[in-house]
Design a binder for this molecule. Sequence first.
Ligand code: NAP
Length: 312
Amino acid sequence: MKEADVLVIGGGPAGLSAGLYAGRARLATVLVEKGFTGGQAATTDRVENYPGFPEGISGPELTERMAEQAKRLEVEFLTAEARALRPEGARWVVETDAEPLRGRAVIIATGARSKRLGVPGEDRLTGRGVSYCATCDGAFFRDRRVHVVGGGDSAVVEALFLTRFAESVTLVHRRSELRATKVLQEEILRHPKVRVAWEAQVVGIEGEDRVEAVRLRYRDGREEQEETDGLFIYVGYEPNTGWLDGAFPLDELGYLITDERLRLPAPGALAAGDVRRKGLRQIVTAVADGAIAAVEAVEYLTVPGHTWGGAE
Ligand code: NAP
């Protein structure tokens, strides 16, 4: 079994920052990531609100730089999917789809994933015109028509990104006002390629082998079918906490509940980033979480007599 001082589960900004801080404390640190490094931030084309980059920076570049910084501090990166977490004496064992890992502290930074709409056609046509990642799939829609669902920052940012390729972008939002940040609202509402279908819900996705149309139901009860080539869904996120199988308390939405020092109610276990209950989920707050959690783990492992308070 692989041994470490600190196990970091998740390679998004929170995990990468936790790795960086644990590595700087010269603790043997292993970071486990099941897919690509960078998490959701790496699927964002342009990050314009991370301080220090006045012109913006691409999500993949920003997170690649974070990974590079952690690797320089000898953080070991493993590609594996965490499947379970259990205490073993004063240690934590993480079962993965590869070898198990044992650590003296564990920082859970498994983030959140896109919510599904839950409408007919969605599962069948995912990857065939239905997408949750404009950065990944946008270029396939050059000179095509696309629809985007949602009214938050993600939907608006990604709809704007899609205007680079698509002939037309229809934003479908269930209310008459967007939730997104004002600057983004201004940009989308004046964009010549964008139309907003207000007070509308996507209730079905049609197509044989690929998306051909979406069925919209308006608040007044009217239903309309609109032809389209792609549907990008941005209706929020849900936390990746299922693998923990009830090991720690979750809030009603499934997020981990930490105290303000990001401790979970078991010595040596912490949570950082989007996976935990918090007010603001941004890259800047995720990296802050990673730092706080790692410094707490360092104290736990290196300061004699350090005690572990329970979560709130
Ligand atoms: P969000 O803020 O939760 O917005 C989700 C949107 O989806 C809302 O407009 C919501 O409508 C709509 N929605 C939810 N369920 C729906 C359903 N079943 N059918 C139709 N519409 C549905 O999520 P987000 O935009 O992904 O953002 C998540 C977090 O990341 C936020 O804190 C956001 O600020 C942050 N973020 C920031 C940036 C940035 O700063 N540039 C970029 C991306 C994300 P209602 O408005 O009616 O509730």
